[in-house]
Write a protein that binds this ligand. Structure first.
Ligand code: GAP
Length: 480
């Protein structure tokens, strides 16, 4: 039995040690900026809290993560189809979903420095676990019981906090509001992508040949007015979700739920994440309509934290939208003619959290002996931003540059490539190692004689001769 299966069959395993590695986090943040993966938003203006931009290599890595998710969800499952719903939706959507009234985090103020603090995080920092689904009353009870142990993260004052109040996380906009009266006619940037799926349930059903059980998958931006800006791209105010909603028969949902729990766990193993860096967290405090909620947690440098949520949501979403819109959101079984409101099984993960997990997993500082070292991103090949780098051995030898350019121009039509003739070959290898390029191809004087290039492997650092006319096929085989 694999660890996965053991976990599936048991109750939530005891939490593993949740150690922080602040040094590693600092290294990853500065590396991500230095090598063009992640930049703070609007940095020349001093940055903008909990908002980040992906740089040239980051955008490639994020794209490859999304492609891998889309392949695993849509391409490989004939009963899952894709969707791209708009960020703006009717404000009624957010009333029906319960976000307007209940999508909030507990907020308190430090009485000393007046900074605003998310109370469940404050408790967590003191080693007191607060489930994010706790009510205001439950959170305040914990806050009062543990006041003396709690320290303001900004000024360090102990035990001086206001009562926790629920702070709504929806981000308002003035779209279509010409009166300027924002509170009367609020429109929102979507707080989660799945609402676009629920409101299109009938459109997909009527326009395709899907039959229950079927899923709708979507990747897109979501926005939340997160109280605290911390932990880099783990908690952003503008972020991206990859969500899949499976519509099931009410009697089948828990079986399908268990299947998806297993499949999503396996997905991360296939993404190169070590099993010891993953764990399950079972939510005990379920919202009234939910049948089950488990998170897959990853061991980020700041400890085990939620990477993906897998939820059995019952018929709540379709029932609510049916009630608020007045439209029937039901399914008629073509064989039995049974009519029912489908139950939903949801898998929901952030692109940004997957990015941070993959980067953390791949980031290595290797000692090469004799005082030498390298930083290398041991990314799975399918996720590497650049697949191949092509170098002429020397930049001032036109015949080498010409040959290397020819090879580069051909390869770039097939995969993301980079041409580099700057500095010595050793330095170029180090640069490519840092961004996780699996292969470097060098054109030297022998190439002009034998038509063979040297291909160097990122992980083993071994070199191999490959005929130029076979290079493309050779590389494609390595990536297949
Ligand atoms: N539709 C269900 C839903 O949105 P959630 O647990 O609030 O559930 C799902 O979010 C996933 O979205 C999380 O597991 C996480 O990966 C990602 N996510 C949520 N809030 C985020 C934030 N502020 N920044 C980055 N990713 C976030």
């Amino acid at each position: 039995m694999s660890k996965n299966q053991e976990d599936m069959s048991s109750e939530a395993p005891a939490k593993l040690e949740n150690k922080q590695d602040d040094k590693l986090m600092e290294k990853i943040v500065s590396f991500a900026k230095r090598r063009g993966f992640v930049f703070p938003s609007s940095e020349i203006y001093g940055g903008f809290g909990a908002v980040y931009d992906y740089g040239p290599y980051g955008v490639e890595l994020a794209k490859n993560i999304k492609e891998s998710w889309w392949k695993a969800m849509v391409q490989e499952n004939e009963n899952i189809v894709g969707l791209d719903a708009s960020i703006f939706m009717s404000p009624k959507v957010w009333e029906a979903s319960g976000h307007v009234s209940g999508f909030s985090d507990p907020l308190a103020e430090c009485k000393q420095c007046h900074s605003r603090i998310r109370v469940d995080h404050l408790l967590e920092d003191a080693g007191i676990f607060a489930d994010e689904k706790m009510t205001e009353e439950e959170i305040n009870k914990l806050l009062n019981e543990n006041k003396d142990k709690l320290k303001c993260p900004k000024c360090g004052t102990k035990g001086k906090f206001t009562e926790a109040k629920s702070f709504n996380l929806l981000v308002q906009s003035n779209l279509g509001n010409f009166t300027g009266d924002w509170d009367k006619e609020p429109t929102y940037l979507r707080g989660e992508t799945c609402q676009g799926i629920y409101v299109n349930f009938k459109n997909v059903l009527d326009s395709t040949r899907v039959k229950i059980p079927f899923g709708i998958a979507q990747i897109g931006k979501a926005f939340r007015n997160e109280i605290t800006a911390r932990q880099f791209i783990f908690r952003k105010r503008e972020f991206e979700q990859m969500e899949m909603q499976m519509f099931t028969h009410p009697d089948e949902d828990m079986k399908i739920y268990e299947e998806w729990r297993e499949r999503r766990w396996q997905y991360y193993l296939d993404l190169g994440i070590k099993e010891e860096n993953l764990q399950w967290h079972k939510h005990e405090n379920l919202v009234f309509y939910a049948k089950a909620a488990w998170d897959i947690e990853y061991k980020f440098p700041f400890g085990f934290k939620e990477l993906e949520g897998i939820h059995a949501r019952g018929d709540y979403d379709l029932t609510q939208h049916s009630k608020f819109s007045g439209k029937k959101l039901e399914y008629r079984d073509p064989q039995t003619n049974e009519v029912y409101t489908p139950h939903v099984v949801e898998t929901s993960v952030g692109t940004d959290r997957t990015f941070l997990a993959v980067l953390t997993e791949a980031f290595r500082e290797e000692d090469l002996g004799e005082g030498k070292s390298r930083i290398v991103l041991k990314l799975p090949k399918k996720l590497a931003p650049i697949k191949v780098a092509v170098f002429p051995l020397m930049k001032n030898k036109p015949e080498l540059v010409k040959k290397a350019k020819e090879i580069f121009d051909k390869l770039k039509m097939e995969m993301m490539c980079e041409f580099d003739d700057n500095g010595n070959v050793g330095k170029r290898y180090r640069r490519q190692d840092e961004i996780g390029t699996p292969y470097c191809v060098t054109v030297d004087f022998d190439t002009l004689e034998t038509n063979e290039v040297t291909v160097r492997n990122r992980d083993t650092m071994e070199q191999e001769k490959v005929k130029v006319e076979e290079l493309e096929k050779w590389l494609k085989k390595k990536f297949s």
